[in-house]
Design a protein around this ligand. Structure first.
Ligand SMILES: [Cu+2]
Length: 420
């Protein structure tokens, strides 16, 4: 039975509403937020009665502090307006106090990340668009290339990656070229394959005009240092050892993150478990959404305002609409197929399903643990990754789809051809 003294999460909305109607200024709520506040999951302490205004404010403050408590999330949630922008994540800690004072005096929704980071939104010429000079130049000459979904072999226990962030036009279909912000010139960036405990030595050099960064979801590392933004011509390096198996997204974490992921700066790293899984044909699918402006000079830029509206023009696997319809993934009868499915978003999940087949195993977390059996469809959240296995014991052409068909219809579909 529920305890009447314990506030329910479902009441929070009403409480907030009522507080606002009583004239509580947004600024006052904001000023109650502090970096010391901690988000409490589950039921708050019994002493915190929401009927007491003081306790209610403390509770709201704790809940509201989510964006401050998780580095990067603050930037993602609040960085968005053209006039916003303030804090450089690379600044040393001693500046924090004055930054907080400065923040308290200004608009509640200002960007908690870097001035440089938001440059693209303040730039009048490219206001909220990926159409930089390098991203658009030579668009006519951009050649279509199928993105190979095959999981590459593991490179060894020490993986050295030196990647470049660069703007370049990318042809995603016969008639569409996009103004890409990329890792290594493609959308998605390269597939990385390693094993739990391997050492990844990573360097990002920024060749692009806008600052960029790299956030590996497979790393446990201080994001303020490792995932910091670097301006054009500079590099950031860090090393990590993945602790968990799975498929993990990587992405540029520069504010506004929505703009950078939405313009192509993402990809996947597959971390195989220490104990090998059963032999299989392994493929990597990264779903992403595309929000595109009308073509100008033969290239379509990614459009930040459309990203905010969250109705994509295309939803795609590995950066191209319907590419595996035109050129399917081919296996043989008797093969076990393992799909490592990551969802780069930036916003929508992938309800992954194979028509005419069933997954004998889906790993919800780190394989080989956390498996469930006999699954028709499972949702991979934006920013998440999951491992799907099926045994191909029947020949045929099996569509794999995002079964959220409003999105599947926009390009997140392909064929798995099982040949006799
Ligand atoms: Cu970026």
């Amino acid at each position: 039975m529920s305890d009447p003294n314990v506030p329910l999460l479902s009441d929070l909305h009403d409480q907030l509403d009522a507080a606002t109607k009583r004239g509580r200024a947004a600024g006052e709520l904001d000023s109650a937020l502090g970096d010391q506040a901690v988000l409490v999951f589950g039921t708050p302490p019994r002493a915190a009665s929401l009927s007491d205004p003081t306790d209610r404010r403390a509770f709201l403050a704790r809940a509201g502090a989510l964006s401050l408590a998780i580095p990067g999330i603050g930037a993602a949630l609040t960085a968005c307006g053209p006039q916003q922008g303030s804090r450089d994540t690379a600044k040393p800690k001693e500046h924090d106090e004055e930054e907080h004072a400065e923040r308290a005096q200004t608009a509640p929704h200002r960007n908690s990340d870097s001035k440089l980071d938001s440059a693209v939104l303040r730039d009048r010429q490219h206001h909220g668009s990926s159409a930089t000079r390098d991203a658009t130049q030579g668009a006519q000459g951009a050649v279509y290339r199928r993105y190979d979904p095959t999981l590459p072999p593991r490179a060894g226990s020490r993986v050295q990656l030196h990647w470049h962030a660069r703007d370049t036009p990318v042809r995603i279909s016969d008639d569409t070229v996009v103004a890409g912000w990329t890792f290594e010139g493609d959308i998605p960036g390269p597939i990385v394959h390693c094993r739990v405990g391997d050492t990844i030595e990573f360097t990002l050099t920024n060749d692009a005009v806008v600052p960029h960064s790299m956030d590996f979801h497979a790393a446990q590392i201080d994001p303020k240092v490792a995932f910091r933004s670097v301006p054009q011509g500079q590099s950031v390096s860090y090393t990590f050892k993945p602790k968990w198996a799975g498929v993990f997204m990587y992405h540029c974490g520069t504010a506004p993150v929505l703009m950078h992921i939405g313009s192509g700066m993402f990809g996947a790293i597959v971390v195989s478990p220490a104990e090998p899984l059963s032999a299989a044909k392994e493929f990597v699918l990264v779903q992403s959404e595309m929000y595109l402006a009308e073509a100008a000079n033969g290239v379509r830029a990614f459009d930040y305002q459309k990203m905010l509206q969250t109705t994509p023009d295309m939803v795609v696997f590995n950066g191209r609409p319907n590419q595996y319809v035109k050129d399917p993934i081919r296996v043989k009868v008797g093969d076990r197929v393992r799909f490592w499915v990551a969802d780069a978003g930036p916003t929508h999940p992938c309800q992954f399903h194979v028509v005419g087949e069933q997954f004998d195993t889906v790993y919800l977390g780190s394989p080989p643990a956390n498996s469930i059996r006999g699954v028709q469809t499972f949702s991979v959240p934006a920013g998440g990754g999951m491992c799907f296995e099926l045994l191909c014991d029947i020949a045929g052409e099996f569509p794999f789809v995002n079964h959220g068909f409003g999105h599947g219809q926009k390009g997140a579909i392909g064929f798995l051809d099982v040949e006799p």
